[in-house]
Every structure is written in structure tokens, then in C-alpha cells.
Design a protein around this ligand. Structure first.
Ligand code: NCD
Length: 311
């Protein structure tokens, strides 16, 4: 029997979600990201996107995601343009589709879109011819965040097969958690979610996702714990008081002793200081939070190169 070499062709022009990515594809992105991380400044990579113009359209605030997409595009030789929402015609009432078509007509070939409405990147695919990268849409998906989290965990733990990852906090409002649930399970991890009931009950019955009834049960034997920003701007009716959240769910060194002794801590940022976790834990020896940020650039380089067929 002959074993076929994995195909080098990459069929997707867009990255809207991680749901459509097989394990082989996720691993290919992570492997390429490692290569890019090691050789970020090399000539070879700097020419990969030199014919592309990357438009950054962030309709919601962002630091890590916007900066790392821009640096990733520049590291691959692309021209970049930032829509600068506050000074754009969006404030004059221009529709999303009109704005995106304008970007395309001015020469943007690859759109990086963050928007408060779930499905906005799908609309961009339907109405323009640009490559579309979802940089976070509503509570739906944040694929490059899940990919950089997967790379960070793989760096720290080796294979994710059979490892237990607990996702703690405001899971219901988190596009980061939804994308991570898919990526982590696809890579073989066992995923637990835990938090105040209104923020986790919709995950009951999800295949291969355990809803842990308490923080102690979520942390028991976990190899990594990912906590999430409490999304005060999205949590409305079901809002859990911050005092109650801190009392029952905030991670600190003593609570982390319920997890595996070597367990790592992740947070996609930005953190509400002292709410999701203590500063001591965020800055202590178990933290991977800085590594998550560092991996943002090479993961986005890898994705952009693959979507254009340059890698
Ligand atoms: C997140 C986002 O905006 O989706 N941050 C990020 O991209 N690193 C999470 C958040 O806002 O809480």
C-alpha cells in the first residue's frame, strides 16, 4: 500500500471560522506558523504577499488582533491600509457593504474584518471578491485567536491528544471560546467549560464538551485553564454581578492548585484586572498569556500566506 503525500494545495480563499478546518489543515497552519516564527525576517517570507493589499476594517476595538494582523501582513511584504473607523464615512452612515466595496475598488485584495454582527465576514464574501479573514464577528467566531491559542498550547504541552483544557468564565458571549471549542477538540483535547449557569448552559449536550458544575470540578486534572474576559458590554439581562463572579470563579494561585501541578493559564486578553484572574497568576510562572500575544503574528502570517496560495 502506498501512502499518499499530503497535498500542498490549499483550497480555501477565506478564513471565516475554524469549523471548516480538518485536523490536518489546522496542523499545517501551526507548522507553517512555527517556520514563520523562526524566520520572520527572511527574504523568502518577505516576498510572499508583495502583490497583496491588506485592508484592516475593525468595527470593534482591538489591540492584539489588529496590530498582529498588520505586522503579519507587513512581514510578508504586503501593503496595508487601516480603515480608521472613527475618521471614515461609516460615521456618515455608509453601509457595511458600501464600505467594503469601496475598499475593494481602491485596490484592497485581502480584508481583515472585525464586526459586532455575527456573519459580517460571510456577507463580505458574498458581496466582494476579496479574500476575507474573520478577526472576530459578534459572539460567533474568532478563528485566528483559536489557532494562536492552539499553537501556544502545543508549544507548552506537545500534542494536545488526551489533554484536558478547561475554559472558564463568560463562555456564552465569547467568540474566542466557541472557536477554541472546535479547534481544541479537533486536535484531540478534552474540553470542559465552566462558569455561572447562564454563561455555560447552552453547551450542555455538545458532543465532547463537558459542562463542569463547579470551578473545582472544571480544574480537577486540567492541563491548561483558559479564562475569558467577562464581556460586560454584551452581558445584559443575564448579567452576573462582578462581585459574585470574583467570589466563585476568579482564578488565583490557590484555586489553580486544584488543576495539575504544572497546569498553564491562558487568557485571550484584554483582561479585566483582578476579575478573571489575579495579577499574580497572570504574571506568574504558569502564565502563557504573553506567549499567546507573541504567537499572534506568525499564526496570522501563516493563514494569510495559505489563503492566497503563496505558501
Ligand atoms: C477578544 C475578542 O475581541 O474577541 N480579544 C482578542 O481578540 N484577543 C476577547 C475579548 O474581547 O474579550
Amino acid at each position: 500500500m502506498t501512502v499518499e503525500a499530503p497535498s500542498r494545495t490549499w483550497s480555501q480563499r477565506h478564513l471565516l471560522d475554524v469549523d471548516g478546518l480538518s485536523r490536518a489543515k489546522i496542523e499545517r497552519i501551526l507548522d507553517l506558523a512555527v517556520e514563520m516564527r523562526e524566520a520572520r525576517a527572511s527574504r523568502e517570507y518577505r516576498s510572499l504577499l508583495e502583490t497583496e493589499t491588506v485592508g484592516l476594517a475593525f468595527y470593534e476595538p482591538s489591540t492584539r488582533t489588529r496590530v498582529s494582523f498588520e505586522l503579519a501582513a507587513k512581514a510578508l511584504g504586503a501593503t496595508t491600509v487601516d480603515l480608521h473607523l472613527a475618521g471614515s464615512s461609516v460615521l456618515k452612515g455608509e453601509s457595511l457593504v458600501d464600505t467594503l466595496r469601496t475598499l475593494e475598488r481602491t485596490g484592497v485584495t485581502m480584508l481583515v474584518l472585525r464586526h459586532g454582527a455575527a456573519g459580517a465576514p460571510h456577507l463580505a464574501v458574498r458581496t466582494t471578491g476579496m479574500h476575507v479573514l474573520n478577526a472576530g464577528d459578534g459572539t460567533h467566531a474568532h478563528p485566528t485567536q483559536a489557532l494562536l491559542d492552539a499553537l501556544t498550547l502545543r508549544d507548552a504541552l506537545g500534542s494536545l491528544d488526551g489533554r484536558t483544557v478547561a475554559i472558564v468564565g463568560d463562555v456564552a458571549h465569547s467568540r474566542v471560546a466557541r472557536s477554541n471549542l472546535h479547534a481544541l477538540r479537533t486536535l484531540g483535547a478534552l474540553v470542559r467549560v465552566a462558569g455561572p449557569t447562564p454563561w455555560v448552559n447552552e453547551f450542555d449536550g455538545w458532543p465532547d464538551v463537558e459542562v463542569a458544575p463547579s470551578l473545582a470540578e472544571a480544574l480537577d486534572g486540567a492541563d491548561a485553564v483558559m479564562t475569558l474576559r467577562v464581556q460586560t458590554e454584551r452581558a445584559t439581562k443575564d448579567a452576573v454581578s462582578l462581585d459574585d463572579y470574583v467570589r466563585d470563579w476568579r482564578l488565583d494561585d490557590s484555586r489553580m492548585s486544584l488543576a495539575n501541578p504544572e497546569a498553564f493559564i491562558l487568557h485571550p486578553g484584554p483582561t479585566n484586572e483582578g476579575v478573571e484572574l489575579t495579577a499574580a497568576l497572570a504574571n506568574g510562572p504558569r502564565t502563557l498569556i504573553g506567549r499567546q500575544v507573541e504567537n499572534g503574528v506568525p499564526v496570522r502570517m501563516a493563514v494569510m500566506a495559505l489563503l492566497t496560495g503563496a505558501a
